[in-house]
Design a protein around this ligand. Sequence first.
Ligand SMILES: [Zn+2]
Length: 145
Amino acid sequence: MRLTKNFTFEELLVSDTAARCGIENIPNENAQVNLVKLAYTVLQPIRDAWGAPIAVNSGFRCQTLNTRIGGAAKSDHIYGAAADIRTLSNTMENNKKLFELIVKMAKEGKIQCRQIIDEKNYQWVHVSVNHPEKEFINNQAFHLK
Ligand SMILES: [Zn+2]
């Protein structure tokens, strides 16, 4: 199902680990609402500003999947409020540019993020939106080096 021009519901659920381990990675209604918010208010505006496709490494993770991959206990991924994204070339240089673009957009008020995190020296970028379970905690926290 297409959520926005360039993002589908399915790509925000897909997980190699879930497939390999037979984990059903199904979001509940609250997580579905958060995933739609994430796609509309953050991912698509980033995609439009970047001007090229963006890959989603990981979006929603059910509790079982999150535990299996060693995610943070209260990760925003559990709530469908976070995505790990990267550029198609997946070079550190381009992922850093993507991260800097996202931070710039947030500072200019073009997007509202809960967190923007450079993961493992630009292997990917974690972006999340505010959601009822964690509203206003750590709002607009930029994890800059
Ligand atoms: Zn993440």
